[in-house]
Write a protein that binds this ligand. Structure first.
Ligand code: NAP
Ligand code: MG
Length: 402
């Protein structure tokens, strides 16, 4: 069989622990036999990040800006325990944080829906994609514990000397104060990333804040989104047949619970933190959730939403059998390959990505799955496969379809 050709390389970001093992299995079993795979390889495994003083992470983000599409394996974010385990020179920052900051991107998370793994919310027929604004608000706050009686003020001193101030509260006794901020630039990037992704995936976009209560702060989010929509995207949305829909956050939550799915839910930072865990756990499993970082310039970085599955890795190292779910990592590859195919006009590559996804879902629907899914499936007579066995079962299905 002739292998599928590629034009532009994918930026390949290798990672850590169990997902690094899966990464190799996926390439060996599901990609290399079928595609003349072109990648520019960056080893984001913690050991090499440490050796290069984390320069490799920066280089991989720059390569993503150059080529436009990356696929990333899960990576360790170092903490005190990892400092000793890997004998680190420094507690290197989260690669995802570094890459996100360099690409100025928004993360979209989508559950992979498959028969046999039913969402807890019965009317959710299609995936709900969550887009979380990842800058500012309570995540960059300044707080004061008010010891007693006194006046709290909000003060802004402009560069030209102008002062704007407001009284927050006249305290009669102890209390608390919190100062939060956001920037117009960050909200605008978020808006464009959301509108582009909606067009890209041909799904409606929902956005919600509490603008009735927060008449300046949240209202600015609402206004910025609406302005950018009206001026830059309305015509394209009409053409594509999708809508942008704004409502209050409490109304959005109520509507989401009654909806069928199949849309993108854009959230402010805190709402996104809370709602993404609600949506992902209600859809079944973190191992069935994909994640893509989209920059306002239209660069894409695909990955799985879960971590490096450390507990399984230690079992693997001890020579024990593991049954680690590779679905989200496979879908990171298919997402990246499909996008590369779209950008380079390679129909074969796009169709391969579709077939690999289909083979993966059909394998599960036939009752062949990893242990995590076997525990929650509604299917009967399931066959629990080990990490490699599951990937090989997918390969068999894939070969039948090619
Ligand atoms: P994790 O790797 O997501 O795993 C937590 C638990 O969830 C696992 O122990 C396992 O449960 C289950 N699980 C997650 N993915 C699974 C899969 N594919 N198949 C089967 N079960 C799966 O989170 P963590 O243990 O908190 O973090 C480990 C490392 O990952 C940390 O160093 C963290 O910094 C890093 N991390 C990286 C990313 C990223 O790169 N995007 C994201 C999150 C965390 P059982 O043990 O019950 O089987
Ligand atoms: Mg959270």
């Amino acid at each position: 069989m002739r292998k599928i050709a590629m034009k532009t390389p994918l930026v390949e970001m290798d990672g850590d622990e169990m997902t690094r093992i899966l990464w190799k299995y996926i390439k060996d079993e599901l990609l290399l036999p079928f595609i003349d795979l072109k990648t520019e390889y960056y080893d984001l495994g913690l050991q090499y990040r440490n050796e290069t003083n984390d320069q490799v992470t920066i280089d991989s983000a720059n390569a993503t800006k150059k080529y436009g599409v990356a696929v990333k394996c899960a990576t360790i974010t170092p903490n005190a325990a990892r400092m000793t385990e890997y004998n680190l020179k420094e507690m290197w920052k989260s690669p995802n944080g570094t890459i996100r900051a360099m690409l100025d991107g928004t993360v979209f998370r989508t559950p992979i829906v498959v028969k046999g793994i039913e969402p807890c919310v019965k009317n959710w027929e299609k995936p709900i994609t969550l887009a979380r604004h990842a800058y500012g608000d309570v995540y960059k706050n300044t707080e004061i514990i008010v010891p007693g009686e006194g006046t709290a003020e909000l003060v802004f001193r402009a560069k030209d000397g102008t002062v704007i101030s407001e009284t927050i509260h006249e305290f009669n006794g102890p209390g608390i104060i919190q100062g939060i901020h956001n920037t117009k630039k960050s909200i605008e990037s978020f808006a464009r990333a959301c509108f582009n992704y909606a067009l890209d995936t041909k799904q409606d976009l929902w956005f919600a804040t509490k603008d009735t209560i927060s008449k300046k702060y949240d209202h600015t989010f609402k206004d910025v989104m609406q302005d950018i929509f009206d001026n830059e995207y309305k015509a394209k949305f009409d053409e594509t047949g999708i809508v942008y829909f704004y409502t209050l956050i409490d109304d959005a939550v109520a509507r989401v619970m009654k909806a069928k799915g199949g849309f993108i839910w854009a959230c402010k930072n805190y709402d996104g933190d809370v709602m993404s865990d609600m949506v992902s756990s209600a859809f079944g499993s973190l191992a069935m959730m994909t994640s893509v970082l989209v920059s306002p310039n239209g660069d894409y970085e695909y990955e799985a939403a879960h971590g490096t599955v450390q507990r399984h890795y230690y079992k693997h190292l001890a020579g024990e059998e593991t049954s680690t779910n590779s679905v989200a990592t496979i879908f990171a590859w298919t997402g990246a390959l499909r996008k590369r195919g779209e950008l380079d006009g390679l129909k074969d590559l796009q169709s391969f990505a579709d077939k690999l996804e289909k083979a993966t879902l059909e394998t599960i629907e036939e009752g062949k799955m990893t242990k995590d899914l076997a525990l929650i499936t509604s299917l009967e007579n399931v066959q629990v496969l080990n990490s490699l066995g599951f990937i090989q079962a997918i390969r068999q299905k894939l070969e039948e379809s090619l």
